[in-house]
Ligand binder design. Structure first.
Ligand code: ZN
Length: 418
């Protein structure tokens, strides 16, 4: 007995192939504990392929035919998605890459790309009758869950990493969520706790991949970028924590190809801090399964500092290999320089987001990108989320003047602007 949800047919387990009804409030596969993936009717999706002919700048729900169906009354939207694709004016041309773009998700309702996933996941949970939920977060996802669950009147608990910036913690509190600071030694402990929350406590969990809906919304990166560019980029750079953004975007590009909307897909390039680059180690060594690596306290890129892959990182290894991409690692110094580069382009990014630009620069210097390539760096979160790092790289103003026109004149002369 199964029921479809629009063009979505069922959940299918990555590991054992079990198919599960979309109305079941499941997280992991009830049979084997594997990750679940939403399956779609390709012919149904094709009927909505006309949506990609133009870019309609609006919430992700413009692409709702490509999600598991949610009734109108259960949609919780704060205007997430439809962010601008900003062409680089300085960095790209300086490095000989004319077609470098920044997908600017710093403009999302809570200041990060997590709003795409939580809009869909909270709406979907309401639609299938889930009564409460929990999530764990390095900060941005917690703020997003807090905002969307507040808006929906959906009760939940946010566990936020102890090393999250005070701003991220207080944003979660501002939205009124039940919040606990989460203390731990490594990310594997968190995964074990979440697995047991599902199996032993019957909790509904909103963490990427353990929740099989959230990354579906990340397909909208592919849809929006394709629709605005009129083609797929050659390279798609993403900051990577658990990898929901990378996997969802990859799924979106594959759907576009399966529908015949495009005949090529981009090379996927997930980026991690050097301190915890478990995906790069796995991909470069030819491994099928990634292993825990590094110390998550040894990087400023706090949103992507997870040192333990969820279920071996198999999906991410697959996305990189199948796309002919690469897993990259960047240092904190490279990230800080990239934040300054983005600032000059008019984009204030948190350190994790600037990792994509740092990796892009590395790739250009290594000769991996040609002048004919189109490159998109996804910028996932605003600089406001980690003010201490911004204060570290951007000095306070050099000049102080009195409110006096002669002093203003003196300043303008000094700056050679008068
Ligand atoms: Zn299974």
């Amino acid at each position: 007995m199964s029921s479809t949800k629009g063009n979505a047919l069922c959940f299918r387990c990555d590991s054992c192939g079990a198919e599960i009804d979309l109305r079941e409030p499941v997280n992991l596969c009830p049979r084997c504990g594997g990750l679940l993936e939403v399956q779609y009717d390709l012919n149904g999706l094709k009927r909505s392929a006309h949506l990609f002919r133009e870019y309609v700048r609006g919430p992700i729900w413009y692409y709702r035919d490509f999600f598991p169906k949610v009734s109108d009354q259960n949609i919780v939207s704060l205007g997430e998605g439809g962010t601008p694709l900003v062409k680089s004016k300085y960095l790209g041309p300086t490095l000989g890459i004319e077609n470098l773009y920044f997908k600017n998700d710093t403009l999302m309702p809570t200041g990060s790309f997590k709003d795409r996933g939580y809009s869909l996941a909270v709406s979907y949970a309401m639609d299938i009758g889930v009564k409460r939920g929990i999530t764990y977060s390095s900060g941005n996802a917690g703020a997003s869950f807090a905002a969307y669950s507040a808006r929906a009147g959906f009760p939940g608990v946010v566990m936020v990493e102890y090393q999250a910036s005070p701003m991220k913690k207080t944003m979660i509190m501002l939205y009124g969520a039940n919040t606990a600071v989460l203390d731990f030694d490594n990310f594997a402990q968190i995964e074990t706790m979440l697995d047991k929350a599902v199996t032993d406590l019957g909790c509904y969990v909103f963490v990427n991949f353990i929740n099989p809906i959230r990354h579906e919304a990340m397909k909208t990166y592919a849809y929006e970028i394709f629709s605005e560019l009129g083609r797929v980029p050659d390279f798609s750079f993403h900051p990577m924590g658990t990898g929901g953004g990378v996997w969802g975007t990859w799924k979106g590009y594959n759907e576009l190809a399966a529908m015949g909307v495009t005949d090529k897909v981009p090379h996927m390039v997930p980026v991690q801090p050097e301190a915890v680059c478990w995906l790069k180690r796995a991909v470069d060594s030819g491994a099928e399964v990634a292993e825990m690596y590094g110390d998550s306290t040894r990087t400023i890129a706090q949103s992507i500092s997870g040192n333990s892959p969820l279920q071996g990182g198999r999906r991410l290894i697959r996305a990189v290999r199948e796309s002919g991409g690469a897993a990259m690692a960047v240092s904190d110094d490279e990230i800080l320089a990239a934040m300054v580069d983005l600032g000059h382009e008019g984009i204030g990014a948190e350190p994790s987001s600037a990792s994509t630009v740092a990796a892009f620069k590395q790739a250009v210097k290594a000769g991996k990108i040609s002048s004919f390539d189109t490159v998109v760096c996804v910028i996932t979160g605003t600089a406001f989320k980690q003010p201490s790092v911004v204060e570290h790289i951007a000095a306070l103003p050099k000049y102080t003047i009195r409110a006096d026109v002669d002093q203003l004149k003196g300043l303008l002369v000094r700056l050679k602007l008068l």
